[in-house]
Design a protein around this ligand. Sequence first.
Ligand code: AHR
Length: 620
Amino acid sequence: ATITAQPQQAKSISDVLMGVFFEDINYAADGGLYAELIQNRDFEYALSDREYHDKTWNSTHSWTASGLQFSIDSVNAIHENNKHYAVLTAAQPGGTLQNSGFDGINVPAGSQYIFSIFAKPVGSKQASYTVSLVGANGTILASANLRFNGSNWAKQRTVLKAATADANAHLEIKPLQAGTSAIDMVSLFPQNTYKNRVNGLRADLAASIAVLHPRFVRFPGGCVAHGDGLANIYRWKNTIGPLEARKPQRNLWGYHQSAGLGYFEYFQFCEDIGAAPLPVIAAGVPCQNSGIGGGGQQGGIPMADMPAYIQDILDLIEYANGSASSTWGRQRAAAGHSAPFNLKYIGIGNEDLITDLFEERYAMIVKAIKEKYPDITVIGTVGPFCKGTDYEEGWKLADKLQLDCVDEHYYQPPGWFINNQDFYDKYDRNKSKVYLGEYAAHAAGRVNNLESALAEALYLTSVERNGDVVSMASYAPLLAKEGHTQWRPDLIYFNNQEVKTTVNYEVQQLFGAYAGTTYIPGTVTLSDAGEAVRKRFASSITRNKTGDVMVKIVNMLPVETTTSIDLSGILTKEVRAEKTELSGDPAGTGAKAIPTGISLNTKTNLTLAPYSLTVLKFKP
Ligand code: AHR
């Protein structure tokens, strides 16, 4: 093959092309990215959190008592949003209440934790406890004593330091006297959260996302954003402020959402990894305009309630961008961030059915945002897949409303990605831009393998080529906890001890790290010009703002391919370049990108491994 760069035909492309999409699916938030280690810390789990009404799914979930009476009460709770708390009655000291965490608590040796709890004595003036981290065999790994006086709720915190390790520990709370007391908001955070944020994120998982160099983070869904029925629409205001005042709720994916990872934490995370925040808000209708699974209330938000709903969205923009003296900016400042978060993008809707019910509400929201905040990029939706009625109607609506951008989704077999590399070549450059908000190549058995990763890489070279119309793209879903994986494939799997990135992650990482803001066309000539062969070989050349040139070449052919790269339009002399190769068995799952140094001349011959993605980076 020959690749000839044509810099005279270069065009500007999006500088925020590669991002991530975080959704609380597969236990991605509670028990995942959110570093809280106590499951059901607030005793708010409810039968209705589960689709099939699992009877164990109630306020006592994850808690067990031995040697004392444990019940749930709701009279004089800490906060009206947090109605339930635990009452412990001990006939004599010695009993314990235990929390098993999310599949146990992983305690590395030498680790330190911030433990906090609300408690109040009941019927006496004092309650004291020993709180301990206890190993699977009963060894006490760390412990501390806490004492509460008076008869009102009070919060205390302490540091627990574990001398020895245990991968399957649990928490024990042991009242030190006979009598009754009440406890709530029992929390245990590792001291080293990502960037040491209070109420922060699990450091290793957050770091694995940061390594992708995402230019933006879309959150909190997906389907989670618009929810299962009207009452389940994700309301950002329920997720900010003191943890005990946040409103937990059923997660559409059939478990509990504590809201501990809420809008403030999302914005903070975006800032911490240098990514633009992209919140997605329901377009006044729940998931596909209906209640799914749990039988949520169908239809749209009543028109009489739409002004208040729209005001909530405008308030979100003020929360993110307003001065610290504005009504909502003040709330952000109170949470510890007086500077604005610089919100530039907002998504309205997700895979909605494009009906009259939808259109009416969507148009109202878009209009109101554009009127008050003309500089915010509004990203609409064009239904669940890039063809069919919703797609066509969604695009008509985008034209009518002159939307800045629309969100397209597709999960397809690798062959689809191989055969549709011209998908965006045909798009009208004068219409709305595209955010490819969810995509993944689903190989047979929905496994992560090199075949699917290379199909995504092939397609991404075409997305770069169309970076003047596709302004953002994010693989989906991002995270999945082992043992709780509801959707495959995902980009990153994890358990309590480990983060396991996939071969698809390698591709995302390479496209993220070697992104450019200018696309330089290159003619590709293959000696075997059969169409099936041509489609399995693709390349792109981009340049970033500092002048570095990146060449990405995907060889999805089963044979080694010698390629002559003609960079005479860019290079005048031989330079050292960085070459990174990802290759292996297409059915394999473990390939890693391997960097080496090479010399590049104006014309260089490269041998590309079968089933490979090769990335070259050089400074001309
Ligand atoms: O990514 C998983 C789900 O796929 C998202 O929640 C939804 O938008 C899509 O159907």
